[in-house]
Design a protein around this ligand. Structure first.
Ligand SMILES: [Zn+2]
Length: 315
């Protein structure tokens, strides 16, 4: 089920919305007047009200904002975390997986964000937890390589891959190309220092731990998605039910045929893709809308009835 990712901010979220103003970022380097006269602390306060998409856009405006919003400082992490919990329906996990910062977590889990490499608007992207990226299939193929090819075509020793995370669709191990060079360098260093056996042992232990974490992350995320879908379904059902009851009640009070409400388009609340909890004000608006439409329909039917009656009199 598709759904708008942004929901309303609850009062509790506003109350909990605090920012640690300790920030470690480079000072403004541009000659722009605004970035030299406004201190980082003020930017942090401004950023409190931005959605994750806005934060991504802002981080691409200049080097100054990039340094500010791509920092791993406590304040920057708080900005991303608060924005995620405030504006995104998911992910709702209190903290990202080990070793992943808030920005990266939002980047790869936010469905509104496209492939992080090509940003193609029409290409579907998915998360590859083993590499901690969100990308489309084309970029995935471009940036990965199979174990078979590494060993048989590039003649890379199999043991040099022993510490690298991989994804294994259909039991074929696929590696991220950017990881290969460093792994090879570490392997050669261990080989030259006659420390290969120990190196392989440590790398294998590290890899097994990472693979366990990856499996857990995939499971947690799927679980969260399933819960989100289920909650969405409940929400839509509740909205449909309440809006139809209001419409029937209003139409009956005005003496209209409730069987025609669907034909008149005033039976269900037009929620579309907006996924949020409706407020009592929304329901008052809906009742008014139904009343207005019912009044219009009633006037129209009375007008036709009147004309018909007049003709009957003439003839
Ligand atoms: Zn792509």
């Amino acid at each position: 089920m598709g759904g708008k990712l942004y929901g309303p901010t609850t009062l509790q979220q506003r109350k909990n919305h605090t920012i640690n103003t300790t920030i470690h970022t480079t000072p403004p380097t541009t000659n722009s007047l605004i970035t030299t006269i406004i201190p980082p602390e003020l930017y942090i306060k401004i950023c409190e009200h931005l959605t994750p998409d806005d934060l991504f856009s802002l981080s691409q405006v200049s080097k100054y904002f990039r340094n500010l919003l791509c920092s791993t400082s406590t304040a920057t992490q708080a900005i991303w975390r608060n924005s995620r919990l405030r504006y995104l329906i998911y992910p709702r996990c209190p903290t990202p997986p080990d070793g992943m910062d808030e920005r990266q977590y939002v980047l790869i889990t936010n469905l509104a964000i496209r492939c992080q490499f090509c940003f193609h608007p029409r290409k579907q992207s998915q998360i590859y937890w083993a590499f901690r990226v969100r990308c489309c299939l084309d970029c995935f193929h471009h940036r990965t390589v199979s174990e078979y090819r590494l060993i048989n075509h590039y003649k890379i020793p199999k043991d040099s891959l022993c510490g690298l995370t991989y994804t294994a669709p259909c039991n074929y191990k696929i590696y991220w190309k950017d990881d290969i060079r460093e792994a090879q360098e570490n392997y050669m260093t261990a080989l030259e220092s006659n420390n290969l056996a120990e190196y392989i042992k440590k790398q294998t232990i590290k890899l097994n731990k990472q693979l366990e974490q990856i499996e857990l992350q995939e499971w947690e995320f799927k679980n969260e998605m399933a819960r989100w879908n289920y909650q969405n379904t409940l929400l839509f059902d509740e909205i449909k039910l309440r809006s139809s009851c209001i419409a029937e009640e209003t139409a009956m009070e005005m003496g209209l045929d409730i069987e025609k409400l669907q034909d008149w388009g005033i039976y269900w609340y037009p929620i579309g893709n907006v996924c949020r909890t409706l407020t009592e004000d929304d329901w008052i608006d809906w009742r008014r809308e139904v009343e207005t439409e019912c009044s219009r329909i009633k006037r129209k039917s009375q007008k036709w009835f009147h004309r018909f009656s007049m003709k009957s009199t003439i003839y």
